[in-house]
Design a protein around this ligand. Structure first.
Ligand code: ZN
Ligand code: ZN
Length: 348
């Protein structure tokens, strides 16, 4: 009997099962990759817990790394070879709408999480599968790291887009609110751009990690006022860039108070629930500050993120909290949704 491929499929709230499917035949324009590692992002955790609604059955997974095991006859042999270590990304944008065509795939008007990908047994993003057919347009080389670290290229690419959106420059004071994986990646990249970073979280352990990663100051808002500390540290000027990486909209209202004149507030996370907040229009008018949103990443972000990981400009190891074998998927998801991990990764 020929080898079977396996997908981890959501079949209901807190329900997952492994479905076998035939290893896909490689088509002319695609490559077949064997997925080695796939990380459980917040998005998949929300599907698992039922906060995010999808139509079941559904294959999640959009943070994965693997190796090329076969190539279609039209695939460019100068760029790609069997055995190459790769990550797949930017698979959801339509590449046809105004945003995609103008270089902003991260804000595509037609994002579709629920396409039925060629070769897979069910619809969905597909990363929780052992074998995937990928268009080389969505492939990025990666090397010098373990598959688990490579798998989290996607979150790094999104944070890279956020830091570019905030235009962090040499000598800036940056405030990062929230010290989960996304907050800590903002800390790392802001420091690489020449900024001094203040972090804010109520979790002292996570702030400790932020300080080890190079943050210069940690503020626990339960114990002291973030705004006052930022004023104090900057001699009243406040921060050129504030990144809010928490899903709590009340925090966004607070974050505004740490922004300098002509500074930028970047709202990175999605908000659950999406409660409106009030911001003084006159402050915005007078300060010249900018309120910016950011979500997802584009091809440029992805290639840069994959190079930063391959060239060890950033170290992703601190963010791999746990690695599980596919058969232990239940344990992996239960652990991920406890909320005290950075990334839980499944090995395929
Ligand atoms: Zn993700
Ligand atoms: Zn589009």
């Amino acid at each position: 009997m020929s080898e079977m491929a396996k997908s981890l499929v959501f079949t209901g709230e807190r329900q997952l099962e492994i479905r076998e499917y035939p290893v896909p035949e490689v088509s002319d324009d695609k490559v077949l990759i064997k997925v080695d590692a796939s990380a459980i992002c917040t998005w998949e955790q929300r599907v698992y817990t039922g906060v995010k609604k999808v139509e079941f059955p559904f294959i999640g997974g959009h943070e994965m790394s693997g190796r090329i095991i076969a190539m279609g006859k039209n695939v460019d042999r100068q760029q790609w070879a069997v055995g190459d270590m790769v990550v797949a990304g930017v698979t959801l944008p339509c590449r046809n709408c105004y945003q995609c065509k103008s270089g902003n795939e991260q804000n595509c008007e037609n994002f579709n999480h629920s396409k039925h990908l060629e070769g897979l047994p069910e619809k969905g993003m597909g990363g929780f599968s052992s074998h995937l057919l990928v268009d080389p347009v969505n492939l990025f080389h990666i090397c010098n790291v373990e598959p688990e670290e490579a798998a989290i290229t996607e979150p790094l690419s999104c944070v890279l887009h956020s830091v570019e959106t905030g235009r962090v420059e040499f000598g800036d004071m940056v405030v990062v609110i929230g010290c989960g994986i996304m907050g800590l990646l903002h800390v790392m990249l802001s420091i690489r751009r020449g900024a001094s970073v203040i972090v804010s979280d109520t979790n002292e352990e996570r702030m400790g990690l932020a300080l080890r990663l190079g943050a210069s100051c940690a503020v626990n808002p339960e114990k002291e006022s973030l705004e006052e500390r930022v004023r104090e540290i900057t001699g009243g000027t406040k921060a050129q860039v504030v990144f809010d990486t928490t899903p709590v909209s009340a925090v966004a209202e607070h974050a505004v108070q740490a922004v300098a004149n002509n500074g930028r507030l970047v709202l990175y996370s999605s908000f659950y629930p999406d409660t409106p907040v009030s911001i003084s229009p006159d402050w915005l008018h007078k300060s010249g500050a900018k309120l910016l949103g950011t979500a997802n990443s584009n091809t440029v972000d992805f290639i840069k993120a994959s190079r930063m990981i391959s060239q060890k400009i950033v170290d992703m190891k601190p963010f791999i909290s746990e690695v599980y074998e596919l058969k232990d998927y239940k344990k992996a998801f239960e652990s991920a949704v406890r909320g005290d991990k950075f990334r839980v990764v499944i090995r395929f």
